[in-house]
Design a protein around this ligand. Structure first.
Ligand SMILES: C[S@@+](CC[C@H](N)C(=O)[O-])C[C@H]1O[C@@H](n2cnc3c(N)ncnc32)[C@H](O)[C@@H]1O
Length: 220
């Protein structure tokens, strides 16, 4: 069996340690004994971006916020469907994750950070939500989901207060999209209570097989 090669590790501010490893052309980021990301499972992350952006009005320049970068599959899917003049900000809390993309696995997604439509915000996506709006779409894949947190500070993003803060900086008709490893009926209810028009989808990690993930498309 081919052994995993250690490529680096990084501290998540206020959270755990991320470890990047590689086995031939497969990359893995693990935290606290489980796999947070694997370069072979990205179907649901891509559906999140594609469907959110295809649902936006095509008449104007779209301002899109993606949190976080991870292995860049959501960003790549967004670039594939976004307009030529779209402006996409990707917010990533861990600086090393940005460097890993540039140095190790950017080729898997056509080096999305080199696309002129992309700007990187190194920091907490909640800051970008509040300070850099208005947004046409805010796409969140920063954790395991609303109730499976690897970083305590992320819980506020999914709280009523966090949802209302996002809604406030969305343009009319704008979309708030959320990825989660698990379904969460309480979160669906919370989105509706915040006045979003909510569509919940269950999507396979590897498109045709693998675990089933949950996506929320919440329209303002
Ligand atoms: C599951 S990964 C995202 C995977 C990504 N969708 C992809 O296609 O590869 C989560 C990423 O969010 C970052 N992150 C976690 N909390 C964050 C926050 N509050 N703001 C910005 N980035 C955050 C993590 O460092 C990690 O890179």
């Amino acid at each position: 069996m081919i052994p995993w090669e250690f490529l680096g590790e990084a501290q998540v501010p206020g959270g755990s340690i991320l470890r990047l490893t590689r086995r031939k052309d497969e990359f893995s980021i693990r935290t606290e004994g489980y796999e947070l990301m694997n370069s072979r499972a990205h179907g649901s992350e891509e559906v999140l971006a594609r469907e959110a952006i295809q649902g936006l009005s095509r008449r104007k320049t779209s301002r899109i916020l993606i949190g976080g970068l991870g292995m860049g599959f959501t960003l790549k899917a967004a670039l594939d469907v976004a307009q030529e003049n779209a402006a996409i900000t990707v917010a990533e809390l861990v600086p090393e994750v940005v460097t890993w993309n540039q140095d190790h696995y950017g080729h898997l997604t056509d080096h999305p950070l080199k696309d002129p439509r992309v700007s990187v915000f190194v920091g907490d996506v909640s800051t970008a939500i509040k300070k850099q709006g208005p947004w046409d779409a805010i796409l969140l894949d920063v954790d395991n989901g609303p109730n499976g947190l690897t970083r305590n500070g992320n819980s506020r993003l999914y709280s009523k207060r966090g949802l209302l803060a996002a809604k406030q900086v969305l343009r009319p008709g704008g979309l708030f999209g959320v990825w989660s490893a698990d379904a969460d009926q309480i979160f669906t209810k919370r989105l509706k209570e915040c006045g979003f028009n909510v569509e919940e989808r269950h999507v396979k990690a590897r498109l045709k097989n693998g675990s089933t993930h949950t996506l929320w498309f919440a329209k303002k």
